[in-house]
Design a protein around this ligand. Structure first.
Ligand SMILES: [Zn+2]
Length: 391
């Protein structure tokens, strides 16, 4: 007998190549069965997903949910937005980390993991860069914090922004890699600096990166991006992707250009993960929600399956958790998102004065977290979740 059955939804799960009208049976917080017609006799809770899509719980691989004033409450952009798991990308450093295990994680329904900023104070220095001098790093304490909380602190985040990045160049990446190596953890590197005009070090450090390292803000129009001055992809980018380096969108409030995105797509460079870089101001403009970022990726030419892959299985792989989340395979955690896809036309803006129109918009309908149904919140726009209509 199941605790819950989700009936008549169109299931899409790229992790197991599953696509079709199917029912999902849930028991003890886990996926028990996916079958064409599951009997609901004696079932505790029956959810109709008729005319909707049913996908693994969405995972946002780049958010900011603790440790500085611009962070946003995790559940508002999490379970109340169709997102069951998220990765905080360096909001906190070793000085400000304790808020994460003591308050942020236990108070949220959404599962939250984090990368620790290489800078001791994390993003509390915003809008100033977090690394103004070498004294802003405390490597032994950063390692100690990562080692003391391995379950949820997944690795280290470094931004190639500010005076120390300029002074050390690729040496800054080497320091972050030393932390990564001694803690056997993940590394995410932020590229793109809106304030700097010195030559980019991105092509220099890309060959240093390894499989599963993450480069975020791949669509940045700023110095440090992955296109050269002629709009060609640096050869080091293709080589890094071949080595298994993961390119992440991390839309953010200044980090996305549709022109860059199109040039990359034309040259065969695609995101491994679609993520928001959501903060409190970003939620009102221009990011809004993970489903809206997925919708603008569809406006760029990605299919529904493409954007689901990059917000489920691929994002789970980045967390090293694809055995249990980002998938609907039998026995995995019952994290599920029910989505509606609405015909447009819709219009989307980037952060570089660009606009594109698209025909499809995704909105969250219901979240299932650990087998429990969570209602969707009221949405980032005054009218809800759907993007601006193209007039
Ligand atoms: Zn960020």
């Amino acid at each position: 007998m199941y605790d819950m059955v989700i009936k008549e939804g169109f299931v899409i799960d790229p992790s197991i190549g599953m696509k079709g009208l199917l029912d999902i049976g849930i028991k003890n917080g886990r996926i028990a069965d996916i079958l064409p017609d599951i009997s609901v006799e004696g079932v505790g809770s029956i959810i109709s997903a008729k005319s909707n899509f049913v996908v693994p719980g969405l995972i946002d691989a780049h958010v900011h949910v603790y440790g500085f004033p611009l962070c946003v409450h995790p559940d508002i952009i999490g379970v109340q937005a169709g997102v069951t798991t998220m990765l905080d990308a360096g909001s906190g450093g070793c000085d400000t980390f304790n808020e994460f295990p003591d308050t942020t994680v236990p108070e949220a329904i959404t599962d939250i993991y984090c990368l620790l900023n290489l800078a001791s104070k994390g993003l509390t220095t915003m809008p100033k860069p977090e690394l103004l001098s070498r004294k802003d790093m405390d490597i032994p304490r950063t390692i100690q914090k990562l080692e003391s909380y391995t379950e949820r602190a997944k690795g280290v985040k470094v931004r190639t922004v500010g005076p120390v990045a300029k002074e050390l160049g690729t040496g800054l990446i080497k320091i972050a890699q030393d932390v990564q190596t001694s803690t056997e953890s993940r590394l995410m590197v932020h590229i793109g600096d809106p304030f700097d005009n010195t030559p980019s070090v991105t092509p220099d450090f890309l060959p240093m990166l390894k499989e599963n390292d993450i480069v975020t803000h791949m669509f940045t129009p700023h110095i440090g991006g992955i296109l050269d001055g002629n709009g060609r992809v640096f050869p080091q980018v293709s080589e890094a992707v071949q080595c298994g380096v993961c390119l992440d969108i991390g839309m953010g409030r200044s980090a996305v250009s549709f022109d860059v995105a199109r040039r990359l797509l034309d040259q065969g460079i695609e995101p491994y993960t679609i993520s928001t870089d959501l903060t409190l101001p970003g939620r009102t403009n221009p990011i809004f929600s993970l489903t809206e970022v997925m919708s603008w990726c569809m406006a760029l030419g990605y299919s529904l399956e493409d954007v689901i892959l990059r917000t489920t299985y691929n994002a789970a792989r980045v967390l090293g958790m694809s055995h249990d989340i980002g998938t609907l395979k039998k026995g995995s955690t019952a994290d599920i998102t029910i989505l509606n896809v609405v015909d447009g036309p819709w219009t989307f803006s980037d952060t570089d004065n660009g606009n594109i129109s698209g025909q499809k918009a995704i909105e969250p309908v219901l979240t299932i977290k650990n087998g429990v149904a969570i209602l969707i919140g009221k949405g980032p726009h005054p009218w809800g979740w759907l993007p601006n209509e193209l007039k």
